[in-house]
Write a protein that binds this ligand. Structure first.
Ligand SMILES: C[S@@+](CC[C@H](N)C(=O)[O-])C[C@H]1O[C@@H](n2cnc3c(N)ncnc32)[C@H](O)[C@@H]1O
Length: 228
């Protein structure tokens, strides 16, 4: 099985148990809260804090073109897109199972300005400079070819555009690092190598005209501006 197939099968499992996954991502169910506290050392406030930072690059009245990769089940972003009726939004994910949940969610609340594309972040099917914002929540720790993912998300961003989001970084919380190494990685949910806060900051500062990196426990949050 290739690395990509392993990841797809791990997330097929997750897509079939979206209730658990969504409860964890939104700190809203008992099992979800337990995972957040035990694995991530996060309570509701920290959970909200990292998400607010990750989404801070998306203005409240945004009306341009936004790419989200990977969208997963859309549990974190469909509520945001519902408030952006004038934006032109494209959501991409490798897993049809995860993205199927996102589509259902968008249809259920009548979001009409989002299209869904199955694909690989390492070979994005869009021309250079297509998007004003590229948003990536909790994806880079899963992507098998991270160099290609950094390259492609940069390529499809317009000059002056914003790249923002979050993902797991090593060294922020020892307990989280243990769980990633012994559980998440063997199951195929996460794929090394992982950034540290410092390596992520150095990388993004090297690529983008502006780059801000902050951390909440083992999650790194970033907001970058591409040069003109
Ligand atoms: C932890 S989920 C995050 C989903 C969502 N952004 C969230 O925060 O809930 C990681 C996602 O990355 C997707 N993924 C993994 N490798 C990918 C790739 N090469 N291209 C696109 N998506 C990929 C998986 O299918 C999965 O849906």
């Amino acid at each position: 099985m290739t690395k990509k197939d392993q990841i797809r099968s791990a997330y097929r499992l997750t897509g079939g148990h979206a209730g658990f996954y969504d409860g964890m991502m939104t700190y809203s169910t008992l099992p979800g809260k337990a995972v957040c506290r035990i694995v991530w050392n996060m309570d509701g406030e920290k959970n909200l804090r990292y998400l607010e930072r990750a989404l801070s690059g998306v203005p409240e009245d945004f009306s341009g073109r936004l790419l989200e990769v990977p969208v997963g089940t859309g549990v974190l972003t469909m509520p945001v897109y519902r408030e952006l009726p004038d934006a032109d939004i494209t959501c991409l994910d490798y897993s049809p199972d995860m993205m199927g949940k996102a589509k259902e969610r968008a249809e259920a609340v009548g979001i009409g300005n989002v299209r869904f594309v199955q694909g690989d972040v390492g070979a994005l099917p869009f021309p250079d400079g297509s998007f004003d914002i590229v948003l990536s929540l909790n994806g880079f720790h899963a992507f098998p070819d991270k160099e290609a993912a950094y390259r492609e998300t940069y390529r499809v961003l317009k000059p002056g555009g914003t790249f923002c989001g979050c993902f797991y970084i090593r060294g922020g919380c020892a307990r989280t690092d243990w769980f990633i190494r012994h559980l998440y990685q063997p199951k195929g949910f996460f794929t090394p190598p992982y950034e540290t806060e410092e390596s992520l900051r150095a990388r993004l500062k090297g690529m983008y005209a502006e780059a801000e990196v902050t951390r909440v426990e083992g999650i790194g949050c970033f907001r970058c501006g591409k040069g003109l």
